[in-house]
Design a protein around this ligand. Structure first.
Ligand SMILES: Cc1cc2nc3c(=O)[nH]c(=O)nc-3n(C[C@H](O)[C@H](O)[C@H](O)COP(=O)(O)O)c2cc1C
Length: 316
């Protein structure tokens, strides 16, 4: 069969498979990304894939990370980083991470509720919801959601010669090396018994610590790209903030990957808890990272906003 024959045969076949032809055309135009795309005949639409007008201006950070992401036993940097964390000072610092929490103006949260409902039915019921009613939630509901996302649930003994009783606090979600580089910031809007504002959740003491900068619902709406959401009707927003140096000093580039995995675990627990509480929530990928970080007072260099979940009650 000549090339022409086979091309004709493929075209003829595709013509009979309406949706398949459309899907194949879309796939060719929009998903053929490769580091070699600039030099191959079929050019990827780089402005779409990379979000840049010109590849010369800036690279595709995700692609660069994966290409440089060394997960080999020969990665001396990572080996040195990991071995450094067996030292007494590193173990002591992990075992006393509660010292990073501030208690001077901390607000105690009620104990989390023990949620009922089978895991299978809650997982099946979980759905993103966008029709917020503006109804306030209780402090107890907020406490239950954040505790399921990040609460302390156990401890791992890590005795050293200098500190026989040292133990690392463990949480509801797994974290590479037990370092917990992701913090939850709560932007409270309609929470009974809690003044609207920005707070950091402190898992060890199960408290909220008020942050100095507090975005208003108007600020928040300005930084979100979602048109189908009434941000002022959300009870509270959870912002996942990654402290780059907490785990990248140990894991290098893998630190970011580990942190994003942790965010996924946290957000799933958060969604399952709010589902069991009869609340709705929606994750947000469309937001202005730089502006949001500026509004919250994060430098965007060592502390990064990496995810966002809106939580509240839906229409009855
Ligand atoms: C990382 C991430 C980002 C998301 N960003 C948005 C968003 O910006 N706007 C939105 O309406 N939904 C967003 N969602 C929700 C998805 O649209 C939703 O999960 C998907 O349509 C599947 O529906 P389900 O969650 O109801 O199962 C996001 C979800 C994730 C995990």
């Amino acid at each position: 069969m000549s090339l022409k024959d086979s091309q004709e045969a493929v075209s003829e076949y595709l013509a009979q498979q309406g949706p398949l032809a459309t899907a194949a055309a879309f796939g060719q135009q929009h998903t053929s990304i490769s580091v070699y795309s600039a030099t191959t005949v079929v050019r990827a639409p780089e402005a779409v894939v990379r979000g840049r007008w010109s590849p010369a201006v800036d690279g595709f950070v995700g692609e660069e990370l994966l290409l440089n992401h060394r997960r080999s036993g020969r990665d001396l940097g990572m080996q040195l980083g990991v071995s450094r964390y067996y030292g007494h000072d590193a173990v002591t610092s992990s075992a006393h991470s509660e010292l990073r929490e501030r208690q001077d103006r901390a607000i105690a949260l009620p104990q989390h509720r023990r949620l009922k409902g089978g895991l299978t039915s809650i997982v099946t019921e979980r759905r993103s919801g966008r029709q917020f009613s503006g109804r306030a939630c209780s402090l107890d509901e907020l406490a239950t959601v954040v505790w399921h996302g990040q609460g302390v649930t156990g401890s791992l003994p890590v005795p050293t010669a200098q500190d026989a009783g040292a133990a690392v606090s463990l949480r509801t979600v797994a974290s590479g090396g037990g370092l917990y580089p992701v913090r939850l910031v709560v932007l409270a809007q309609h929470v009974k018994g809690l003044a609207p504002g920005a707070y950091e959740y402190q898992p060890h003491s199960h408290t909220l610590y008020p942050l100095q900068r507090t975005p208003t619902p108007v600020d928040l709406a300005r930084h979100l790209w979602t048109a189908d959401l009434e941000v002022d009707k959300v009870a509270f927003t959870l912002v996942y903030v990654y402290d780059l140096y907490v785990n990248s000093q140990k894991y290098g580039d893998s630190g970011l990957v580990f942190a994003l995995l942790e965010v996924g675990g946290m957000s799933q627990n958060i969604h399952l808890a709010r589902t069991a509480l009869g609340m709705i929530a929606c994750d947000q990928g469309g937001y202005d990272k730089q502006k949001l970080e500026k509004t919250l007072g994060f430098d965007g260099t060592s502390r990064h906003v990496v995810h966002f979940t809106l939580v509240g009650h839906g229409e009855a």
